[in-house]
Design a binder for this molecule. Structure first.
Ligand SMILES: NC(=O)C1=CN([C@@H]2O[C@H](COP(=O)(O)OP(=O)(O)OC[C@H]3O[C@@H](n4cnc5c(N)ncnc54)[C@H](O)[C@@H]3O)[C@@H](O)[C@H]2O)C=CC1
Ligand SMILES: CCCCCC(=O)/C=C/C=C\C/C=C\C/C=C\CCCC(=O)O
Length: 217
């Protein structure tokens, strides 16, 4: 974390209302947005809503078949230049960097990263930590490196997807719940210590999707 906290003293004097990194208000139209885990579910819904508002989207997902199918569907509605698919396992530094580079090359400089990819495997708990928490940490630190005003970037926005069980206990899924609590700790701590980017956390409650349906069967 050392490098991302460089030269914070100047930014710490910024007023709370001016923490977009670049100090500019956010315009969705024309923004370039990477969404992890957007092949389906909530991530796909974010992509649809943002495309409707004029953003350009990179769908970054480990499921290439579903990701390509989703992007074909979205391109049919919004055009080939508006949305791309890049294969990405969020537990891999190399994959994340390749997604960033491909997005810049095909869509332009990135303005927003949405760390949405998540799993709920309580048995293989280390995988759940690696994807849910590791994916958010890796993406947030990469975004700071690529967009941070302290690194010569223009600033930007990172949105990390937590959950209602990130603020409430969930005895049926303690590992999943712990990762969602940790995401809030990450964003809270970044929010008070560095202003090179604007960071948000979302707390969805329940959205019908495949994995959750399977978990209930
Ligand atoms: N569905 C819900 O009601 C809620 C969901 N959430 C959170 O929202 C996010 C999305 O959830 P859903 O859309 O429901 O899940 P989903 O299971 O429908 O979609 C998850 C997506 O992430 C992808 N993915 C999984 N592992 C990956 C990896 N290692 N690298 C890249 N992509 C990977 C999957 O291929 C899939 O496309 C998750 O972080 C979840 O914890 C939070 C609260 C409620
Ligand atoms: C009352 C439980 C509310 C859980 C809200 C939530 O975060 C739901 C997420 C659903 C899917 C997320 C994607 C992958 C995780 C799969 C299952 C998680 C099951 C939730 C749990 O074990 O806590």
């Amino acid at each position: 974390m050392g490098s991302c906290l460089e030269s914070q003293s100047k930014e710490q004097t910024q007023p709370e209302s001016d923490r977009t990194g670049g100090g500019k208000s956010m315009e969705i139209k024309g923004s370039v947005i990477i969404i992890t885990g957007a092949a389906r579910g909530l991530g796909k819904a974010f992509a649809e809503a943002l495309l409707d508002r004029g953003a350009k989207i990179c769908v970054a997902d480990i499921d290439s078949e579903q990701g390509q199918s989703t992007v074909a569907e979205l391109q049919a509605k919004h055009g080939e230049d508006s949305v791309i698919f890049v294969s990405c396992n969020v537990t891999s530094d190399d994959d994340f960097k390749a997604v960033w580079d491909a997005t810049v090359e095909k869509l332009g400089p990135v303005n927003v990263l949405i760390n949405n990819a998540g799993i709920g495997n309580e048995q293989e708990w280390d995988k759940t930590v690696a994807v849910n928490l590791g994916g958010c940490m890796r993406g947030t630190l990469l975004a700071l490196d690529r967009m941070g005003t302290n690194k010569g970037g223009s600033g930007g926005v990172v949105v990390n997807i937590s959950s209602i069980v990130g603020v409430k206990a969930n005895p049926f899924g303690p590992v999943y719940s712990a990762t969602k609590h940790a995401i809030i700790g990450l964003v809270r701590s970044l929010g008070v210590s560095i202003f090179h980017l604007l960071t948000y956390t979302l707390f969805p409650v329940l959205y019908h999707q495949l994995l959750f349906s399977k978990a209930l069967l």
